[in-house]
Write a protein that binds this ligand. Structure first.
Ligand code: SF4
Ligand code: SF4
Length: 208
């Protein structure tokens, strides 16, 4: 656990201020995108309307340390991550609406579901976590000003949080595997078209 984090009692109730929907680029996996497109009743070809590859700014790059980096030919960077597009003017997540708030709430990316908590576990116990959820611990950043919901309402349902965390770990592993296969194919010139839209097409249509 970093010095900036602390153990907490899980009192939390979202105040719907929308701050977390504007502060960060939201990383997504193939499963997140599938759920969102199904909810919107849109085909995989529409993914590029809502999702893109970006290189996070230098000062926040560290926060994306565990997010798989994707190689494509049309964007020259080795630090690209797959995220939800932002509203260019307001800089809010594409799916945020001032009145309705999150317009895809039931299928929002898993990373949005356990915010503002941060989970932690022993790296080598990844496979066991599925059966052994007590090995997961949670914290929030000490500077809790970033989320008005911390300390509000009643104690948060920790078991629910653990279920989401296990699902997140499983889906992250699956996504990471897909990205590794894609990157190796790009490096060895085994993919004819390897631009951003081809990557989206690959993760949404092909298995591997
Ligand atoms: S910053 Fe906290 S209180 Fe505000 S919308 Fe996000 S989770 Fe809710
Ligand atoms: S998907 Fe929803 S909860 Fe997540 S950042 Fe966007 S508007 Fe906020």
């Amino acid at each position: 656990m970093s010095k900036k984090q602390k153990k907490i009692k899980y009192d939390f109730e979202c105040q719907r201020c929308g701050k977390c929907c504007s502060l960060y680029c939201i990383p997504c996996t193939n499963n997140d995108i599938h759920r969102i497109l199904n909810f919107l009743k849109l085909p995989p070809e529409r993914a590029s309307d809502f999702f893109e590859l970006v290189e996070p700014d230098e000062e926040i790059l560290e926060s994306y340390e565990d997010v798989p980096k994707i190689l494509v030919e049309d964007i020259g960077s080795e630090n690209l991550v797959l995220v939800i597009k932002s509203d260019i003017v307001e800089e809010y997540c594409y799916f945020y609406d001032d009145e309705k708030k999150c317009t895809i709430y039931p299928v929002r990316p898993l990373v949005c579901r356990f915010f503002p908590f941060v989970y932690e576990y022993e790296e080598d116990s990844e496979a066991d976590l599925i059966d052994n959820q007590q090995d997961i611990s949670f914290s929030v950043y000490e500077d809790s000003n970033y989320c008005k919901g911390i300390g509000q309402g009643k104690e948060f349902d920790i078991n629910k949080l653990k279920e989401v965390t296990v699902q997140t770990i499983k889906e992250d592993m699956e996504f990471e595997k897909k990205v590794k296969i894609w990157n190796v194919k790009v490096i060895f010139n085994q993919i004819k078209n390897c631009e951003e839209r081809d990557f989206l097409n690959y993760i949404l249509n092909k298995g591997d």
